[in-house]
Design a protein around this ligand. Sequence first.
Ligand SMILES: Cc1ncc(COP(=O)(O)O)c(C=O)c1O
Length: 352
Amino acid sequence: MSDFLEPREGLTSTGRYLSPQIDATVRLNANESPHSPLVGSSIIEQSDMNRYPDRDARILREAIAEHHALSVNQVFAANGSNEVIQTFLLAYGGPERSVMIFSPTYVMHSKIAAITGTPVIDLKREKDFGLNVDFVCEQIEKEKPSLIFLCSPNNPTGISDPEELPERILESLRTYKGILFVDEAYGEFASSSYVSLISEECPLVVSRTFSKAWGLAGLRLGYLLGPSRCIEEVANVSLPYHLGTITQSVAVNALKDSRSVENQVDDIIKERNRIGEALKNLAVEVWPSETNFILFRPINMNATEVWEKLVSNSVLIRDFSKIEGLNGCLRVTIGTKTENNIFIEALEEILK
Ligand SMILES: Cc1ncc(COP(=O)(O)O)c(C=O)c1O
């Protein structure tokens, strides 16, 4: 018998988030931006650090609301979108509820569901990783999950949802009370977004992050957009003063320069398209991407062996090859032009 009290039931099997943080020269494993905005040390000097931060993060939320043409009461901010997801599930999940996901998708959705004791209905995507709209709506109407989680565009596959999916899911949600949660961590790179569908009457919330297009993964800031009554419930379960002064100031400053983020996104998309084409000339299967990463599968070589050889060339990408539904798949983040060239040349040599 163990001497120690076990954690709550259901937690022992969840394990830690698995993604090796290896000290490589070219780091293309975590979908970060290769560009780091200049946030300036003056922010720290100016901050009133002996005082608690603004508990409501009012100025930051106003700036985010303005950025999306929404109202401040339709914005909740937290330390990264993972914390947004967790806070949302604390408010709306739990043992009596359920969350429907479509695998393979971002692994933290089911992990945070497990942590918050929320049962998961895990449905599989099509062979090409797409979603069949009729199937999705049929399952929603049959299972009536309290929460439906979508990742759009999806990580780690990179693809977007069928155009009619949002409207059709929202139509299904008219038959019972549920909420559609859309994780748009890569929304800035995509050609469509669910944000325009947000309204006070619609059971839809959308999460976004500063960790990808905004180049601020180290800051830890994510946010949720949705009807004010949902936002209020989520804010109610967050801890007091959860979002630090420095995080709030840096993000407000970053939002003043959204134009340069848009330019960087354009550059990353050009690079993504270039690397996508280059991959098509190698012995790999490649999936189209609306994000800042590309999923691919080596055809004649073991994926983990390819990953290890890249690491020995000091190029770190992400190995998904042993994850269910992603057999043999690897994912590369789009970096700078130089980094991308180093990656593609190393891969070409390895696959020869
Ligand atoms: C789809 C998706 N959602 C959320 C996150 C979490 O982002 P963060 O907590 O850094 O905002 C990630 C990170 O990789 C992601 O890929």
